[in-house]
Design a binder for this molecule. Sequence first.
Ligand SMILES: Cc1cc2nc3c(=O)[nH]c(=O)nc-3n(C[C@H](O)[C@H](O)[C@H](O)COP(=O)(O)O)c2cc1C
Length: 234
Amino acid sequence: MEKTTFKGSVMLNPVPVVMVSSKDKEGKSNVFTVAWIGTICSKPPMLSISIRPERASYKTIEDTKEFIVNIPSSKQVYETDFCGVRSATQIDKIKEMNFTMKSGSIVNVDYINECPINIECKVTQIIKLGCHDLFLAEVVQTHIDSSLINETGKICFDQANLLSYCHGEYYPITKNPVGKFGFSVVKNKELKKTYTEKYSDKKENTQKTSGKKESSKKKSSKSSEKIKQNSNKK
Ligand SMILES: Cc1cc2nc3c(=O)[nH]c(=O)nc-3n(C[C@H](O)[C@H](O)[C@H](O)COP(=O)(O)O)c2cc1C
């Protein structure tokens, strides 16, 4: 693979894109879009968001040390973009987008009920970086659309039709995974067979030389998967 180099630029793609809600000391709520967000610790559960000081949301979150991350579905791509190109200094985005706001249970911030996942956060540290400042925060509560939780209690994120952001454009997360945590090293024979059937066409695809189209798609195996949900152990 031949490479072209780009000097020091922001190239991490794709990234999540979320709407962050906050409530100022006068009780006024606001929502703004954030793509510079990431999980930073599992225990305690923590995430970070980077905010430019000129955002109206910056002062509110700096003052109250609380915010809620609202993860949108692809159906909310319009709202997600709108809240990222209009400021609370110009317009009431919550009214304009017709969001239903519900009170957080731990933090004094409202969340967007239409978003399938809402994560309540308390800021622990603000680190000055450059054009953005990094807000480290502890996750204190999460609300998940109950229809995404199956009979075994598993959260089916694949059913949430989530959204990602890549180089200026929004993309849906598809329902067709190309692999699973740990599948590359699984030893159990039955599981190995299941995974080979389920993911092999994808493996072939990635190894195929370009231009060749897949002739037929193999059907996913219906065999039960006994592996524990490991993704939260990362
Ligand atoms: C896709 C997208 C991602 C964005 N990510 C960030 C971000 O990570 N940090 C930030 O400070 N602004 C980000 N913005 C810009 C703010 O969302 C935007 O300036 C917004 O109008 C600020 O709203 P406020 O002034 O009401 O707080 C993003 C905008 C878009 C469209």
